[in-house]
Design a protein. Structure first.
Ligand SMILES: [Zn+2]
Length: 348
């Protein structure tokens, strides 16, 4: 059976720390902005005080060493013949999602965050809250940046069906938020994207970059899924955002979160059409990162990890592998492109 030690043995830029967690293995000094992170108080579950001490992250989203395949996005071997039919698989799917969110709420504390930043040479985390129609946690993200301005950059998150959507976005921009994040599976299930388009237009007017969770799960066959399950798996597919971008002005700054996961090739095609679009790399492999560099260059790719769903070292080690021998390309992806979008300068 494969162990974590076997995994890091095959990976040049990955090692284990004394707690047996994946951390970066690199002698060079790096400057890194992590463009995709969360914290314990900015998720759609009961918030956990980020000051809490002693909470361990178990990385529920991380495949075990025997299932890990670092050459494919999301690094998990999936059986394409897997059956996702009936209520039982729907329940299992939601329970797995819930347990990942719970792990993130439990583990996304200051203590764990600062430790991970230090071990992985991360200068700053961009914190992405996830708001729902009824619960807006943007101000919680704001508090994190105010308390630790050297460690965090806060995005806001406003649901497109929030009754005060417009005034909130204007206010959030005024008080200093650097962008807006959304994950809106519910809206996509209704197949009505007009409110989302309206939200994007307001963000464009206000000059706020927008990052959405993007990417369908498409390595499971349609005929093996129930209709509802298939809709859920397809609900954040890259194509939806491509259609919306066609209706937006060409200077709209949009970031494909996770680079569309398995749909990174589609993301590359949209990046060729829309000059102000970016791809954030969390969950990608070194192979897919190389593909994106070859197709669109290094100027519109952003390192992100999805911590604390996943260890910060994973995508970081993939970026280091994919940019070996090209320090200009590496610096662009690790922090320079992020600085340009966020209009900030990193201390290093
Ligand atoms: Zn995330």
């Amino acid at each position: 059976m494969l162990t974590k030690k076997d995994v890091v043995r095959q990976e040049k830029y990955l090692k284990l720390n004394t707690d047996g967690e994946y951390v970066i293995d690199c002698d060079e000094k790096l400057t890194v902005i992590d463009f995709h992170t969360h914290m314990s108080n900015v998720l759609p579950l009961k918030k956990v005080d980020p000051n809490k001490k002693g909470n361990k992250i178990t990385y529920k989203a991380l495949p075990g060493p025997e299932k890990i395949d670092l050459s494919i996005p999301y690094w998990e071997k999936v059986n394409p013949e897997e059956q996702k039919k009936g209520l039982k698989s729907l329940i299992q799917f939601s329970m797995a999602g819930y347990s990942i969110f719970k792990d993130m709420c439990n583990g996304g504390t200051y203590e764990n965050c600062f430790k991970s930043q230090k071990e992985n040479m991360i200068a700053k985390n961009v914190v992405l809250p996830i708001s729902t129609k009824r619960h807006d946690c943007s101000m919680e993200a704001f508090k994190l940046e105010k308390e630790y301005p050297d460690n965090f950059i806060a995005f806001c998150s406003v649901h497109p069906l929030d009754k005060k959507m417009k005034e909130k976005i204007i206010y959030y921009k005024d008080i200093g938020f650097r962008g807006l994040k959304l994950k809106v599976t519910d809206m996509e299930l209704k197949n009505d994207f007009q409110p989302l388009l309206k939200l994007m237009k307001i963000c464009h007017e206000e000059g706020l970059p927008v990052l959405f969770h993007t990417g369908a799960v498409n390595n499971i066959k349609k005929e093996n899924c129930s209709t509802t399950m298939w809709k859920i798996l397809q609900s954040t597919r890259v194509e939806i955002f491509g259609h919306l971008l066609k209706k937006m002005p060409s200077d709209f700054s949009f970031i494909f979160g996770h680079s569309g996961i398995q749909e990174y090739k589609e993301v590359a095609e949209y990046l060729k059409v829309f000059p102000m679009c970016y791809a954030e790399l969390s969950s990608q492999s070194s192979g897919s990162i190389k593909y994106l560099i070859n197709e669109v260059g290094s100027q519109r790719l952003l390192f992100g990890s999805d911590w604390p769903a996943l260890p910060q070292a994973l995508t970081l080690s993939r970026v280091l592998s994919a940019t070996e021998g090209d320090s200009a390309c590496r610096d662009s992806i690790l922090y320079k492109n992020a600085e340009r979008i966020l209009l900030c300068k990193t201390k290093y």
